[in-house]
Design a binder for this molecule. Structure first.
Ligand code: ATP
Ligand code: MG
Length: 558
C-alpha cells in the first residue's frame, strides 16, 4: 500500500512517465523549466518548478533551466539573475549549464529555411492588423494572404532581406503555410518570425528577426532531448503546432507536450503583467514586497522553501481549473515553522505592569527553552525585573470566567516566571490604563503555588529595562476580494489594511536575529527579520503568519 505522501505525489503526468518507462519509449526522463525573463518568479511558477524538477529528482532524470528569451523588448538580465536565485533558494539544481532559447537562434533560422524550401513557410507582407483580420475567428474561417503563394526562391530572398534589416518592423514576417480554415486558430498560418530592431540581452544586435514562442519552444525541447514538455493548459491548442513543426523539420528527437492547470490562489493575482501593474501603480513596494505572491516576496515574509514545496505537493497536478484557498499555503508554513522556529516573547501592544513587592534594582536572568518539544534547540536567558510590558489585551478590569488572563484583583502566570496579582491601576485623562500595579508570589518561579491554588492563565511579557523596541509589520491579504484577477482597477480592491506597521517590544535575545531566521512570538505568530530594512539599531520584523489559535494554547506554567 502507498503511504499518504505517495498518494499525493502521483499525478497524471507521472502516470504517463511510468508508462513511457515501462514500455521502453524512454529510458531516462528529461524535463525543463522554461521561464521568460520578464519578471520575478511567483508561487504559480513554483508549482511548475516542483513538478518539473520533482519528476527529474524522483525518476533519476534531469531537468534543464531554459530561459525562453525571444521577446527582447520585455526581457532583462536582472530577471535572469532573480530567477536563478529563487530557484536555488527553493532548493532545486538544474542540469548542466543554464540554457537560453537564444543559444539556438542559428538553428531556428536554419529550420525556418528548411520549411521555406519545403514550401511550408512564406514571407507575408500584410501588416499585423491585416494578418489578424485575415485569420478569421472561431466561427469564421480565415482567408489566405495574397502573399501566400510566392515562390520558394522569392521567399528565401525575402526572408534573407528580413534578416539583413531590409524591412521595417511590421512590414514583413515569416509564416508557416498550414491551413487557413483549420478549426484551431493557431494552425491558420501562424507567424514564425517577426522583425524587431531591439538589442537582445544575450545576442546584442546580431539579430533583427526574432522567432515566435511556438516555433522556438518545440525546437528547443527537441534540441535538448526533452522527453516530457510540461506546460499549462492555455497551450493545449498550441500542441498541434508544436507537433507540426517537429514533424516537418529534420530533427531526431520528438518530445511530447502535456498540459496541466495553472495555480490560482485566493486573494492574489498571478500573472507577471498584473504583478508589474501593482508595482507601477505603486500599490506595493516592488517584486519582493512581502504581500506579493512572488518567491522573493514570500521569502522576505518568512516563508521557507520547504513550506512552498510542501504546498505544491499538497495541491497536486491535474487538468481541472482551480482556486486554492490561501489558508492552504498558510497551513504549510505554520506546520514547518512550528517545528523549526525558536520561541521568543514580544509584546505588540504594550501596557506596563509594576511589581511593587519586587526589588527595584534586581534583574533575574531566567532560563527559557527555545522550543517546547525540542530540548536539542536549547535554552536562552531572559531578563525579569520589577517593570514588565504585557499586551494591553491581556488585562481587564472585570471579566467573566472564560477570560484566562490578568483581571484586576486576580492572578495570572507570567510565562516562564512568577504568578502576579493585579492590585490597582492608573489611567490617563482619556481613561486609558497607563500602569497596572501588581504583587508577585516569590514561591512560584517554575512551580505551582504552595497552597495548590489554581492559576490557569499564562501570558507573555518583556522586561521594560532590557526590551528592544522594534517595528513590526503585520501583513494581511493584499486584496479585499478573493478573485482580484477579474478586476482591472486594482486600487478599488486593494486592502487598506494589508500592511499595518506598529512599534512593539521584543526580548533582548533578538538582537542577534538573522535575516530569514524564523521566530514564534509566543501566543502571537511567526515572525522574521525584514531582510531589507532591519538593522540591529532599528529592528524590523515581518509577520509571516499568525498562530492559528492565538490565545488559548498555552496551558503549562513553565
Ligand atoms: P505569467 O502569466 O505569470 O507571465 P507565464 O506562463 O507567461 O506566466 P513563464 O515565465 O512563461 O510565465 O512561465 C514559465 C513556466 O511556468 C511555464 O511553463 C508556465 O506554464 C509555468 N507557470 C506560469 N504560471 C503558472 C501558474 N500560475 N501555475 C502553474 N504554472 C505556471
Ligand atoms: Mg509569458
Amino acid at each position: 500500500m502507498m503511504n499518504e505522501s505517495e498518494v499525493i505525489r502521483s499525478n497524471f503526468v507521472r502516470q504517463i512517465i511510468d508508462k513511457d518507462l515501462a514500455n521502453g519509449k524512454h529510458s531516462k526522463v528529461r524535463t525543463r523549466f522554461p521561464p521568460e525573463p520578464n519578471g520575478y518568479l511567483h508561487i504559480g511558477h513554483a508549482k511548475s518548478i516542483c513538478l518539473n524538477f520533482g519528476i527529474a529528482q524522483d525518476y533519476d532524470g534531469e531537468c534543464n533551466l531554459r530561459f525562453d528569451d525571444t521577446n527582447p523588448e520585455k526581457e532583462d538580465i536582472k530577471y535572469v539573475e532573480s530567477i536563478k536565485n529563487d530557484l536555488n533558494w527553493l532548493g532545486f539544481r538544474w542540469s548542466g549549464d543554464i540554457r537560453y532559447s537564444s543559444d539556438y537562434f542559428d538553428k531556428f533560422y536554419e529550420y525556418a529555411i528548411e520549411l521555406i524550401n519545403k514550401d511550408l513557410a512564406y514571407v507575408d507582407e500584410l501588416n499585423p492588423e491585416k494578418i489578424r483580420e485575415y485569420r478569421g475567428t472561431l466561427s469564421k474561417p480565415g482567408k489566405p494572404s495574397p502573399y501566400r503563394s510566392r515562390s520558394i526562391k522569392e521567399n528565401l530572398s525575402l526572408f534573407e532581406k528580413m534578416r539583413l534589416g531590409g524591412f521595417k518592423e511590421g512590414e514583413a514576417c515569416l509564416r508557416a503555410k498550414i491551413d487557413m480554415s483549420s478549426s484551431f486558430i493557431v494552425m491558420r498560418d501562424p507567424v514564425l518570425y517577426r522583425i524587431r530592431f531591439v538589442k537582445h540581452h544575450q545576442t546584442g544586435d546580431r539579430w533583427c528577426i526574432y522567432p515566435m514562442y511556438d516555433f522556438t519552444h518545440c525546437i528547443s525541447d527537441a534540441l535538448e532531448g526533452i522527453t516530457h514538455s510540461i506546460c499549462t493548459l492555455e497551450f493545449q491548442d498550441n500542441r498541434r503546432l508544436y507537433d507540426w513543426v517537429l514533424d516537418n523539420i529534420t530533427i531526431a528527437c520528438q518530445p511530447n507536450q502535456y498540459e496541466f492547470s495553472r495555480l490560482n490562489l485566493e486573494y492574489t493575482v498571478m500573472s507577471k503583467r498584473k504583478l508589474n501593474q501593482l508595482i507601477s501603480e505603486k500599490l506595493v513596494e516592488g517584486w519582493d514586497d512581502p504581500r506579493m505572491p512572488t518567491i522573493s516576496g514570500l521569502r522576505r515574509r518568512g516563508f521557507t522553501p520547504g513550506s512552498i514545496r510542501e504546498f505544491c505537493k499538497r495541491i497536486g497536478v491535474t487538468k481541472q481549473e482551480n482556486m486554492i484557498e490561501f489558508t492552504a499555503l498558510e497551513s504549510c508554513v505554520r506546520n514547518d515553522l512550528n517545528e523549526s522556529a525558536l520561541r521568543v516573547m514580544a509584546v505588540l501592544n504594550p501596557v506596563k505592569i509594576i511589581i511593587q513587592n519586587y526589588d527595584e534594582d534586581k534583574v533575574e536572568m531566567l532560563s527559557m527553552s527555545n522550543h517546547p518539544c525540542k530540548a536539542e534547540m536549547g535554552f536562552r536567558r531572559v531578563p525579569f525585573s520589577r517593570e514588565i510590558w504585557i499586551e494591553r489585551d491581556d488585562f481587564r478590569e472585570e471579566a467573566s470566567k472564560q477570560y484566562k488572563r490578568l483581571v484586576l484583583g486576580q492572578e495570572v502566570r507570567l510565562r516562564g516566571a512568577y504568578i502576579v496579582r493585579a492590585e490597582s491601576i492608573e489611567k490617563d485623562n482619556q481613561g486609558n490604563i497607563t500602569t497596572i500595579y501588581c504583587s508577585y508570589d516569590v514561591n512560584t518561579l517554575g512551580k505551582k503555588p504552595v497552597d495548590k491554588r489554581k492559576v490557569k492563565g499564562v501570558i507573555h511579557w518583556v522586561s521594560v529595562g532590557q526590551a528592544l523596541s522594534a517595528k513590526i509589520c503585520l501583513y494581511d491579504h493584499l486584496f479585499t476580494v478573493s478573485n482580484p484577477s477579474t478586476f482591472n482597477n486594482f486600487s478599488k480592491v486593494i486592502n487598506p489594511k494589508s500592511l499595518i506597521k506598529i512599534q512593539g517590544f521584543v526580548e533582548p535575545s533578538l538582537i542577534t536575529a538573522k535575516p530569514e531566521q524564523s521566530f514564534q512570538f509566543e501566543r502571537i505568530g511567526y515572525f522574521c527579520i525584514d531582510s531589507k530594512t532591519s538593522n540591529p539599531k532599528a529592528l524590523v520584523f515581518n509577520r509571516t503568519v499568525a498562530l492559528r489559535d492565538s490565545w488559548s494554547k498555552i496551558q503549562d506554567y513553565q
